[in-house]
Design a protein around this ligand. Structure first.
Ligand SMILES: [Zn+2]
Length: 651
């Protein structure tokens, strides 16, 4: 074959193969479409296999529609030894097996009232929430004489069940019934002029009834997720942030402590006390090991360079921490992507300088060092289409896999829980969009305010507006960096890194002191791509904040690691519980879906006897004295997985 012929043939081959090669390239670089995964958590009556000693009965009342959140409260408080059923499935025979029963708010038929009254009257311990007139009459309580639309719960420090609970007013964002005390023991009062009971205990036959004057589950959901009346529904509605749902509810004094969590701990105290005659009620600690707080380090990164990501992860690593990077991928055309890939290849081969955007290999290195990289989508068209566009861009650049936690750019939200519902459908399992930012947090001469604006430092599932539980946790971001140093594109009034570090330190100290909280913080990556005068304040804020956490022994985690721990903790069960001759034996049944071990809380006293000996899987184990909401426990640290535990009490 002569040269001319060869060239002709080669030209033909190339001409034929270019469409084929470019077709293959196009097919393999299309990126992913949005996945379609489970939006809702399993119904609570389907998830909890029979466990004792607590029974939760859910009244599927359309008005008191958040009954399903009662089990979520018990799980958040670590009181995992319970079973959930629906009211329609309840029977006297079943109720009699349980020493303690919680029934969610709603209307009750006369048959249901009789069943509950018989249970309590014959030695049962029943907790009810805003009982209607029929249930009140059946349980020997006087009917409410009226209601107040909202108010406060004020715990009585003299009452043993309220000891350890904040005595400052705890907000109630739902209507409360005005029940005449009628000789009941009052644990907490409302703030109405007559100080009606908010929580009270009354004897019925040989049993006890504890009544809350309001629908606690609904109050916790609203306190956490905001006012449904302020939600904008339409997908093309103007930008709304989750914090906007709290307009009118922001109270700088009360936000100093997690009000919703305090109410949950009051319920936990009551349930623990009601079970005491039957057995010491087991509990799981909120955090891994003996940690009393946790820092979740996150970084919103708007198409930043690998150098920026390297600098910031390097700083976080100095404090044994790991970082969640929420990254906005650049949107590229086919040609732009091809160019990027060429530059990445050149850089990998060492013949071209490192490209502006990180390469998939560089991101893989960050991941293998324990950092998380997930999506930071801009909402620049409809909510779902924006998500589709950025999800596709991220995966098209081979920046994936996208992890299960997220923060949306500009914190854009939809509806009351619509955004959470949409994200859950994409497999996002923990959302950090509830974030302290915006004019509502400006406290005039006192500067920016930081506090528990959702009333909580604990992650819990979102509920939708019908009360169904969404398969996604809400993790508030208490601490953003916007207010602490200037950025070229921001007009925000800033107070400087020193005050930021001071505020952050106070948050951590407050958690260590009993306002237990996972504290999520956002350190933007953007300043690390700017000149020193912009970058240095960001470095100072990060160093000062994380050094405080590190020196106090507070772990610094990614949000994904916290999600893994939280999910594993909620699914953990106490089984085969036996209480005999002052010996408590039980199994902790737990999957190894997190690398971090749980800690079990065993009540330190039972009547006159005291916890002195603990064995884990047959071996003597140490325990630390621990206090939650006024109850003393022995805290036993466990490796991941299932264990058999024995605890001995002595007089
Ligand atoms: Zn952003």
């Amino acid at each position: 074959m002569n040269r001319r012929k060869f060239l002709k043939l080669a030209g033909l081959a190339v001409g034929l193969s270019i469409p084929a090669v470019s077709g293959i390239w196009w097919l393999s670089n299309r990126g992913e479409d949005l996945p379609s995964l489970d939006t809702y958590a399993r119904e609570p009556w389907q998830t909890s296999p029979a466990s004792e000693p607590v029974l939760v009965i859910i009244n599927e009342d359309p008005v008191h529609r958040f009954g399903r959140f009662l089990p979520e409260i018990l799980w958040a408080e670590g009181l995992n030894a319970f079973t959930t059923i629906r009211l329609v499935d309840a029977s006297s025979q079943l109720l009699d097996k349980y020493p303690c029963i919680l029934v969610s708010s709603g209307n009750f038929t006369s048959v249901e009232v009789e069943m509950l009254a018989n249970y309590a009257g014959s030695g049962g311990n029943l907790v009810v929430f805003q009982p209607d007139n029929n249930l009140s009459a059946g349980l020997g309580l006087r009917a409410a004489t009226g209601t107040i639309p909202e108010g406060s719960t004020i715990a009585d420090p003299q009452h043993p069940l309220a000891s350890g609970i904040k005595t400052l007013p705890l907000s109630v964002h739902v209507e409360a019934g005005l029940y005449p005390p009628d000789g009941a023991e009052v644990v907490a009062r409302l703030d109405d002029p007559e100080a009606h009971p908010a929580v009270f205990v009354k004897r019925l036959g040989s049993g006890l009834v504890v009544a809350w004057a309001y629908d606690l589950a609904m109050n916790i959901v609203l306190t956490r997720q905001g006012n449904p009346a302020l939600a904008t529904g339409a997908d093309n509605a103007p930008a709304q942030r989750p914090a906007d749902l709290f307009n009118g509810w922001i109270d700088f004094e009360r936000m100093r402590y997690p009000q919703a969590d305090e109410l949950q701990r009051l319920l936990a105290n009551i349930v623990t006390w009601l079970c005491e005659n039957t057995l010491p009620l087991l509990r799981l600690w909120y955090f891994p090991g003996a940690a009393r707080s946790l820092v979740l380090a996150t970084s919103d990164a708007h198409s930043n360079t690998f150098s920026a990501l390297q600098q910031i992860t390097g700083l976080v690593e100095q404090y044994s921490g790991k970082l969640s990077i929420y990254y906005t991928p650049p949107l590229t055309s086919d040609l732009g992507l091809l160019k990027l890939q060429g530059e990445n290849l050149g850089a990998d081969l060492g013949i071209l300088p490192s490209p502006y955007f990180p390469t998939p290999e560089q991101l893989a290195t960050l991941r293998s060092n324990g950092h998380e990289i997930s999506l930071h989508p801009f909402i620049d068209e409809t909510y779902i289409n924006s998500w589709r566009k950025y999800w596709n861009a991220f995966t098209r650049l081979n920046f994936g896999p996208i992890s299960q936690t997220v923060r949306t750019h500009n914190l854009e939200w939809r509806g009351w829980a619509d955004a959470a519902q949409i994200q859950a459908g994409f497999g996002i399992r923990m959302n950090t969009d509830y974030y302290t930012y915006g004019s509502m947090f400006y406290n005039g001469a006192n500067g920016w305010f930081y506090g528990h604006f959702t009333g909580s430092g604990l992650p819990m599932h979102f509920a939708d507006n019908d009360g169904r539980i969404l398969n996604i946790y809400q993790q508030v971001t208490q601490f953003g960096d916007e207010h602490f140093y200037p950025l070229p594109w921001s007009n925000d009034d800033v107070i400087g890194p020193a005050q930021g570090i001071d505020l952050f330190s106070k948050f951590i100290q407050s958690s260590l002191d009993g306002n237990y909280a996972a504290i999520a913080v956002n350190f933007h990556s953007d300043p690390y791509d700017l000149e020193d005068n912009w970058r240095q304040p960001a470095i100072d804020l990060l160093n000062g904040s994380l050094n405080t956490a590190y020196s106090l022994g507070v772990p610094i985690w990614t949000v994904q690691r916290w999600l893994d721990f939280t999910t594993m903790r909620q699914k953990t069960r106490f089984e085969a519980i036996q209480w005999q001759d002052k010996k408590l034996a039980f199994d902790v049944v737990s999957e190894k879906t997190s690398k971090d071990g749980l800690s079990v809380l065993i009540p330190q006293t039972n009547k006159l006897s005291e916890l002195r000996l603990v064995k884990v899987d047959g071996n003597p184990a140490t325990f630390e004295t621990w206090k939650v909401g006024g109850v003393n426990y022995g805290l036993v640290k466990l490796e991941t997985g299932s264990h058999h535990i024995e605890a001995g009490y002595f007089e």
